[in-house]
Design a binder for this molecule. Structure first.
Ligand code: T46
Length: 133
């Protein structure tokens, strides 16, 4: 499964920690930042793939699971640390679930919002991955 867990720099201090995303830590230039919050624990987000977009997901607060599927293999990644970034490359189906109370998901994206970059139907995604191979 083609994803990566990035260890972000962490500056530890008795007053609290700082993590920084700068320079070329991410494998792409940053074009957009958004975040999911006030998420009910039974909510399911995602449920789509992107044709070109690459993203880095960070559990800024709380925890949640990210289910990844590349058309051949499915894997669940648990995010619960603000100094770990999950890099999801293009062409990977993702579903977000099991949100803890107070969970905040920060997303750092390689492109601006573009609905035509989404594949929101799983059968269409499987056809897309078969055509790509
Ligand atoms: C992803 C997961 C982790 C915008 O207008 N601009 C934006 O930048 C975004 C992200 C969304 N929207 C609108 C589009 C929809 O009308 O907000 C509404 C909800 O978006 P969506 O159903 O795609 O939300 P999620 O949480 O299912 O997915 C989002 C991202 O879209 C997606 O790329 O990987 O978060």
């Amino acid at each position: 499964m083609n994803y990566e867990i990035l260890q972000l720099p962490k500056i530890e201090d008795v007053r609290g920690n700082i993590s920084v995303i700068e320079k070329d830590i991410l494998p792409y230039p940053i074009k957009r930042v958004y975040y999911l919050y006030d998420i009910p624990s039974n909510a399911h987000r995602g449920g789509h793939a992107h044709i070109e977009l690459q993203q880095c997901l960070i559990a800024l607060s709380g925890s949640f699971d990210v289910v990844l599927d590349n058309g051949n293999e499915r894997k669940s990644v648990h995010l619960n640390k603000p100094d770990k970034g999950l890099i999801i490359p293009s062409g990977v189906w993702r579903e977000l679930e099991n949100f803890s109370s107070g969970a905040v998901c920060l997303v750092i994206a390689s492109k601006e919002y573009d609905e035509s970059d989404y594949i929101r139907d799983f059968d269409a995604f499987l056809k897309y991955t078969n055509q790509r191979e």
